[in-house]
Design a protein around this ligand. Structure first.
Ligand code: FMN
Length: 362
């Protein structure tokens, strides 16, 4: 059984250990960024630049907590495990281990279309887990609908349509390391992967079969589950999605893995929240590494966040136990940040909790 290495107490520690234990090509795939990694770095840099406002001698804190409710589902903290393809790359338990860890910590779990375990097995592993299904629309609507129906039947409670990766990012580290999926790790929920065959350009190969707004309209008609759009970086796209009836927006740039030279997600979050209003659920990812990052995202308009690479790193280092530990670290860090900023609940976290040099109220 995997154990947690001595001294591991932050998500950065897991990252460092993962680099040591994973084969170099796998590391290149999991940690990889698009092109020069500018967006990847900016996601972190812009989160780091935000400063917090400490408050002292706060009253009525004893009953505080960081629970959050999303679409009627109660979570111990405002966090879900992001959809991550091929989790058996990190550990033999793959998605089956990760959902157990998420359930043990009572956070949400979102299963990727490109999961390396059958979506039904993952659901059966932790029947009480808050579980969502991430959908990559397939070239044929029939195949897409089959995935949605399987997810519904297996008790997934929301559908997350990822829209920001109609093509793979240009990821040089993977190319240099010669990464390919090892024997035994594949997208088992897809009977046949979309063929890359016809055409000699990105457009003729991929864009002809990519989802578009009509696909979203059609999907909305197919399911009564909450529908979320992941990978939204523009106010216009967010507003259009809400007008078409989606229940949630996930502000994400895929952790800087697809289009480089984009803004950080934290830079666009406030405008997207303002544009969609209070009624729409807004989630956030790309760059979360500390509980204080979760706090900052909520202060700027998110209802909850998703955690990506760090889950992979913890799974690689210490299996499901590592993932549970990593999630617990984040919760402890979030609670510490909330307590020191005078917030007894997630609802108390507002932009006023961030340091504003010119504000006269402090
Ligand atoms: C190795 C890897 C695989 C991913 N696979 C998927 C996927 O299958 N579907 C999806 O919507 N997003 C996928 N993502 C993106 C994550 O859901 C998430 O948006 C991103 O990792 C968040 O950034 P972070 O890694 O900085 O936390 C993947 C990310 C990584 C690192």
């Amino acid at each position: 059984m995997s154990t947690i290495p001595v001294g591991v107490c932050s998500l950065a520690d897991y990252e460092q250990h993962a680099k040591e234990v994973l084969p170099a090509p796998t590391w290149a795939y999991l940690s990889g960024t698009a092109m020069d990694g500018l967006t990847y770095q900016r996601n972190r840099q812009k989160l780091d630049e935000i400063l917090l406002q400490q408050r002292v001698l706060c009253e009525d804190m004893a009953k505080g907590g960081c629970q959050q409710t999303l679409f009627g589902q109660h979570l111990a903290m405002p966090l879900l495990v992001a959809p991550l393809a091929y989790q058996k790359l990190a550990h033999p338990t793959g998605e089956l281990g990760t959902i157990q860890a998420a359930a043990a910590q009572n956070v949400g779990f979102c299963l990727s279309t490109l999961a390396s375990a059958p979506l039904e097995h993952v659901a059966q592993m932790s029947p009480d887990a808050t579980r969502w299904f991430q959908l990559y629309c397939q070239p044929s609507r029939e195949t897409t609908l089959q995935l949605v129906r399987r997810a519904e039947q297996a008790g997934y409670q929301a559908i997350v349509v990822t829209a920001d990766a109609p093509i793979n990012g240009v990821r040089n580290a993977e190319q240099r390391a010669g990464f390919s999926l090892p024997e035994g790790v594949r997208a088992v929920n897809l009977e046949s992967l979309p063929s890359a065959a016809q055409g000699d350009s990105v457009f003729s190969c991929w864009m002809g079969q990519a989802a578009d707004w009509q696909t979203l309209v059609w999907l909305r008609e197919q399911t009564n589950l909450p529908l979320l759009l992941k990978g939204v970086m523009s106010v216009q796209d967010a507003q259009r999605a809400v007008a078409l009836g989606v229940d949630g927006i996930i502000v994400s740039n895929h952790g800087g893995r697809v289009l480089d030279s984009q803004p950080a997600t934290i830079e666009v979050l406030p405008a997207i929240r303002a544009a969609v209003g209070k009624e729409t659920t807004v989630l956030f990812d790309s760059g979360i590494r500390r509980g204080s990052d979760i706090f900052k995202a909520i202060a700027l308009g998110a209802d909850a966040v998703l955690l990506g690479r760090s889950v992979f790193y913890a799974l690689a280092v210490a299996g499901p136990l590592g993932v549970a530990h990593c999630l617990r670290i984040l919760r402890d860090e979030l609670e510490a940040t909330m307590a020191l900023c005078g917030c007894a609940s997630v609802q108390d976290i507002t932009s006023e909790c961030l340091y504003q040099p010119n504000a006269s109220t402090f």
